[in-house]
Design a protein around this ligand. Structure first.
Ligand code: PHB
Length: 388
């Protein structure tokens, strides 16, 4: 009896416009990130960007208040999994988001599937991540997507004999494989494939092997946050004076730490989907916002976080604030927008991001180092999935 009365009163209030339907129930976003440990810079970037997005766009969308819950997984997959479970079951989050490293995204994927919770991968970059659950959409990038361009560039600019040096985990293996396939197809040769441990990397023995192999080109991938350490050892071992040309994915010439690398980084050519120097009004607002939000220079991890929040907001708008995970992930498919990085789209078939990949050169601008874009591959999908 009491329930019926209550329901009638609530219904009357809704009809009268006093209480919009579901207005009281927040849409919770569970943001799981490495906020401590060697990959804490990724967590810091993504968290700052998500908060910036909310500050710029308001904390209410389609009548629902957005509530961001940030948790530190320390970069350990078992912790990511436990937090994801707690967030879905106890906190009833409507979106899982973040995922700073590939193994962390893998750990959470089964929970997204079992509970039909959209999972936005904002940082990790191994191609197969989006295959792990039909509820995953990605706003970061894939290593094959950003690597094929530098392989083409290397071959076209006279490279014949290359060594690859990558961090020994899934995204590194993706980069190594894509570079080799593409470089060999263009007539080049890969004479050594070097893999450096992910924990406490010492690049010295690998740089010595590079010198011994006498290539004309060294292609490198290390994850965000590690590039400065690599560059220091590159100089200490004299590779900057060896005549071997250093090329990389933009993970190495990471905007967040590029200035720490000093002049040794000048002239390094890389390909990537984001540069803090990207010339657009959207990026200007983003870079200024990140500086104000967290006193950091925005990098590619940050832009993945900003665009991930955009995807969440727009899916809520398109579904009138739905709570149905299947409806929300469906709404994300095919979504297009102008990101601070340039035009982007969520591939309706793969739920992966289609985006421009830029060729850039490290230059000094106003006394600081930047990745200055000078050429563009437009609307690049993940090439591994596109070839299926
Ligand atoms: C990943 O773990 O997928 C990953 C991490 C850092 C990067 C790129 C990929 O810079």
């Amino acid at each position: 009896m009491l329930r019926r009365q209550l329901f009638a009163a609530l219904a009357a209030a809704v009809v009268a416009g006093a209480v919009p339907a579901f207005a009281q129930e927040a849409a919770k976003v569970g943001l799981i990130l490495p906020m401590s440990g060697p990959f804490a810079s990724t967590g810091k970037q993504v968290e700052a960007a998500a908060k910036l997005y909310i500050a710029q766009n308001g904390d209410t969308v389609a009548g629902r208040k957005i509530q961001l819950i940030v948790r530190d997984d320390t970069g350990a997959p078992d912790v990511t999994k436990r937090i994801a479970q707690e967030m879905v079951v106890n906190e009833q989050v409507q979106f899982l988001a973040g995922f700073g490293l590939t193994p962390l995204a893998f750990a959470a994927a089964p929970i997204a599937t079992e509970t039909k919770t959209p999972m936005i991968v904002m940082a990790a970059g191994t191609s197969v991540i989006t295959d792990q659950s039909p509820f995953i959409a990605r706003t970061s990038f894939t290593l094959p997507q950003v690597t094929i361009g530098i392989a083409d560039w290397a071959a076209q600019s006279g490279g014949k004999k290359a060594v690859t040096l990558v961090t020994d985990f899934a995204p590194g293996h993706d980069a190594e494989k894509s570079f080799k396939e593409r470089f060999v197809k263009a007539g080049g040769q890969v004479v050594e494939e070097l893999r450096v441990p992910i924990r406490n990397p010492d690049f010295a023995p690998f740089l010595q092997r590079t010198l011994d192999a006498k290539p004309d080109t060294l292609f490198v991938f290390v994850p965000s946050g590690v590039g400065a350490q690599f560059m220091k050892q590159f100089v200490e071992r004299g590779l900057d004076k060896s005549g071997i040309r250093l090329i990389a994915t933009g993970d190495v010439t990471d905007d967040d730490i590029l200035n720490e690398m000093g002049d040794a980084a000048l002239g390094v050519i890389s390909t990537h989907h984001y540069s803090a120097a990207h010339d657009s009004p959207e990026n200007k607002a983003f870079v200024e916002g990140m500086k104000k939000q967290a006193n950091i220079r925005a990098n590619f991890m940050g832009v993945g976080g900003w665009d991930g929040m955009h995807l969440i907001y727009e899916s809520l708008k398109r579904t009138n604030g739905s709570k149905d995970g299947t409806a929300l992930i469906e709404a994300m498919k095919g979504m297009k927008w102008t990101s601070p990085r340039g035009p982007v789209e969520i591939d309706a078939k793969t739920r992966d991001i289609i985006q421009n990949v830029y060729v850039r050169k490290v230059e000094k601008v106003g006394g600081e180092l930047f990745n200055v874009e000078f050429s563009t591959f437009e609307r690049v999908p993940d090439p591994v999935k596109a070839a299926r």
